[in-house]
Design a protein around this ligand. Structure first.
Ligand SMILES: *[C@@H]1O[C@H](CO)[C@@H](O)[C@H](O)[C@H]1NC(C)=O
Ligand SMILES: *[C@@H]1O[C@H](CO)[C@@H](O)[C@H](O)[C@H]1NC(C)=O
Length: 338
């Protein structure tokens, strides 16, 4: 077990952050190559060729506004750009793409090094402050942004989230670090070691985003007891009736799983399935889990009410075509007016 004084912790965080800075600036110079697994959404070619393009918002549009939350290694401004085809199909729709911090670099860094509970709190406040969202909004979470937006729905019911689209979100966490996309991998290796050995130590939980949804099936009890984010929003510890009540206010919860996902381990987490405690092979499906059978979050009730949708898309993590998205997500869930 690593012994960690306050001093050592400060050093470690500083070291991780500087390693991160190094790889990040290296990547920026290489023309955004780092965004391979988050920005390469579409099979039909690169989507980030000409830099972000600003899109005018049509304030007289009656489409329900959208809120996006980006994934790990990505930034709000890039997601808005990559998903611009949605705005083209919903002319004038208001879009807020979550950005944490004051710069793109900060925003990317927050995907690793800022306590998720603090991030959710901040995003709740921004949503509440945004008058364009006051009558409600649809939310699209990419990868870890999926579980973060679910936390927003459960903790901050006003203004109301109407439909939540989770694209490859890890609702039961992960056991395995997503492929590191950085060319300098040293900081990834440090994170990997932290997750494997000390994920449930308080000091790691407080600063490392991936530890906050790290779900080690061989340490189920420690996970339930110490996970500051995922075990909380999944009502594993305390059964918070507000979470259950608020989640059920959604009109639809749409869970998208990527059939050939090589990033999320196990990919079934995208549909709330997970490894059986004590195994890293056997999967327990949502319907067979206590979370569902005892209905800790209201998912059973939502499923029976036709509000829970399990969709799958062929391909790897976040690889989908605009045609697939339009047919399965945009037309049924986003093409609605207030
Ligand atoms: C704004 O949206 C409204 C309603 O969809 C539409 O009728 C109008 O043409 C749009 N205006 C512009 C400038 O795009
Ligand atoms: C929300 O609005 C309040 C009151 O105007 C302000 O103090 C606060 O900083 C805002 N919060 C965010 C996250 O924008």
């Amino acid at each position: 077990m690593i012994f960690c004084s306050e001093f050592k912790l400060v050093l470690l965080v500083a070291c991780l952050e500087s390693l991160f800075e190094l790889s990040y600036s290296g990547l920026v110079n290489q023309n955004s190559r780092k965004y391979t697994f988050t920005l390469n959404y579409f099979e039909d070619g690169p989507v980030f060729e000409n830099g972000p393009r600003s899109l005018k918002t049509n304030s007289s549009s009656t489409y329900i506004p959208l809120v996006y939350w980006h994934g790990m290694g990505d930034a709000g401004v890039h997601v808005k750009h990559a998903l611009r085809f949605i705005e083209e199909q919903l002319p004038g729709v208001y879009v807020k793409s979550v950005q944490i911090g004051d710069s793109i670099a900060d925003d990317v860094k927050s995907g690793y090094f800022r306590n998720v509970n603090d991030q959710v709190k901040q995003v709740c406040e921004e949503i509440k402050n945004d008058t364009n969202l006051r009558n409600g909004y649809n939310a699209i979470g990419l990868s870890q942004g999926g579980q973060f937006l679910r936390a927003v729905a459960q903790r901050c019911p006003n203004p109301p989230m109407i439909n939540l689209i989770s694209l490859g979100g890890q609702h039961q966490g992960v056991f395995g670090l997503p492929k590191c996309s950085a060319p300098k991998q040293s900081w990834c290796e440090v994170i990997d070691k932290l997750l494997t050995h000390v994920a449930y130590e308080g000091w790691v939980q407080n600063f490392l985003v991936q530890a906050e949804y790290w779900h080690d099936p061989f340490k189920q009890e420690q996970y339930v007891k110490n996970s500051v984010f995922l075990a909380d929003i999944n009502n594993e510890r305390v059964k918070n009736p507000e979470y259950k009540n608020n989640l059920q206010k959604l009109r639809n919860l749409v869970l998208v799983l990527f059939d050939s996902d090589s990033i999320v381990e196990p990919k079934e987490s995208e549909w709330f399935g997970y490894f059986k405690p004590g195994s890293d092979k056997e999967i327990v499906r949502l319907e067979d889990s206590p979370l569902y059978k005892e209905d800790w979050l209201g998912l059973k009730a939502m499923n029976e009410g036709g509000k829970l949708h399990f969709l799958s898309s062929p391909g790897d993590h976040l690889q989908f075509t605009t045609e697939w998205f339009t047919k399965n997500i945009l037309s049924p869930f986003l093409n609605i007016t207030s």
